[in-house]
Write a protein that binds this ligand. Structure first.
Ligand code: SAM
Length: 252
C-alpha cells in the first residue's frame, strides 16, 4: 500500500466461483483487468468462466491469465482421472479451443505473451496421456468492439510506467518508444480501444515517415512452438507464475 503511494487500502476481497463472478457481487462492466493463474483449467465449464470475466470487464478491459494447455482435445479417460485433474492436467484445454471459446464469448483473438513446456514426470500418468503434451501459457484477451480490421501504423510514446523505453505487448510485438510500427487490424483495434490508447499515436498504414518501420507479425502463435523458442533462449522459466513451473507439481 505504502509502496504504491496509497494512504488507505484500495483492495477488497470477495469469495465466490469463477463461473459466477456477478453472483459473487462483482459489478458488470466495471473492471479494467481480470487476472488469474492456473485456475481456469479447474473449471468444467471454461466458456462460462470466460463469459463471466467478459461480463465484469469494462469496454476495452482485459483478461490477462496463465494456465496449462494441451496439444489436443483430451480423452474422457484423462479428463475423468482425479489425479490428473488435481494436477491441472486433466482439465487443460486444447490451446486451439481457447481461440474458439474466446471468439464465441466476444473477446479479441487471444494474444500469447509467454509459454513454457510442462513435463509430467510420472511414468504411470505419462502412459495414460500417451502423446499429449502440456504447456503453461499466458494470454491476453481484450473486450473490444469487433469491426472491420484496419491495419495501421502506431508509435508508442513511452507512457506506460515501468516500460518507458519499450513495451512488450505480446510474444511477437514489443514497441520501442518513438518507433513507427505497422500493426495488423486486430492489434490496431486492441490498442485503439483499450487502456493503451493514450500511449500510442495512430497513423494510416503505409504513410510516409522519417522513422523506421517494422513489418506486422502474424496473430496466432502455437504456444508449444513459442515454449521451444523461449527455452532455447533460456527465457521460459523466468517469465511466468505457478503454471509456468517446468513440472506439473504446482497444484499438489
Ligand atoms: C492451482 S491453484 C492456483 C492458485 C493461485 N491462483 C496461484 O497462482 O497460486 C487453483 C486454485 O483455484 C481454486 N478454484 C478451483 N475451482 C474454482 C472455481 N470454480 N472458482 C474459483 N476458484 C476455484 C482452488 O481453490 C485453488 O485455490
Amino acid at each position: 500500500m505504502n509502496e504504491f503511494g496509497y494512504k488507505k487500502p484500495n483492495v477488497s476481497f470477495v469469495q465466490g466461483y469463477m463461473e459466477a463472478l456477478t453472483e459473487a457481487g462483482l459489478e458488470k462492466n466495471s473492471f479494467d483487468i481480470v487476472i488469474s493463474n492456473c485456475v481456469v483449467n479447474l473449471s468444467p465449464d471454461k466458456k462460462l468462466v470466460l463469459a463471466e470475466a467478459y461480463s465484469v470487464l469494462k469496454e476495452g478491459g482485459e483478461l490477462y491469465f496463465s494456465d496449462i494447455y494441451c496439444s489436443g482435445q483430451l480423452t474422457e479417460e484423462v479428463r475423468n482421472h482425479k489425479v490428473m485433474w488435481g494436477e491441472c492436467l486433466g482439465g487443460a484445454l486444447w490451446w486451439k479451443d481457447l481461440l474458439r471459446l474466446a471468439d464465441e464469448v466476444g473477446f479479441s483473438v487471444p494474444r500469447l505473451l509467454t509459454a513454457s513446456i510442462v513435463s509430467v514426470g510420472n511414468e504411470e500418468l505419462q502412459h495414460i496421456l500417451g502423446d499429449f503434451k502440456f504447456v503453461s501459457a499466458t494470454y491476453r484477451l481484450f473486450k473490444v468492439p469487433k469491426g472491420p480490421p484496419e491495419a495501421c501504423r502506431v508509435i508508442y510514446n513511452g507512457g506506460v510506467t515501468g516500460a518507458e523505453d519499450r513495451l512488450r505487448f505480446d510474444c511477437r510485438n514489443t514497441f520501442k518508444a518513438n518507433e513507427v510500427v505497422e500493426v495488423d487490424g486486430e492489434l490496431a483495434n486492441i490498442l485503439k480501444c483499450s487502456r493503451f490508447a493514450p500511449d500510442f499515436n495512430f497513423q494510416p498504414p503505409g504513410g510516409s515517415t522519417e522513422l523506421g518501420c517494422v513489418n506486422p507479425k502474424a496473430d496466432i502463435v502455437d504456444p508449444f512452438e513459442l515454449a521451444v523458442e523461449l527455452g532455447s533462449q533460456g527465457l521460459s522459466a523466468a517469465t511466468g507464475g505457478c503454471c509456468s513451473t517446468k513440472s506439473a507439481d504446482c497444484c499438489r
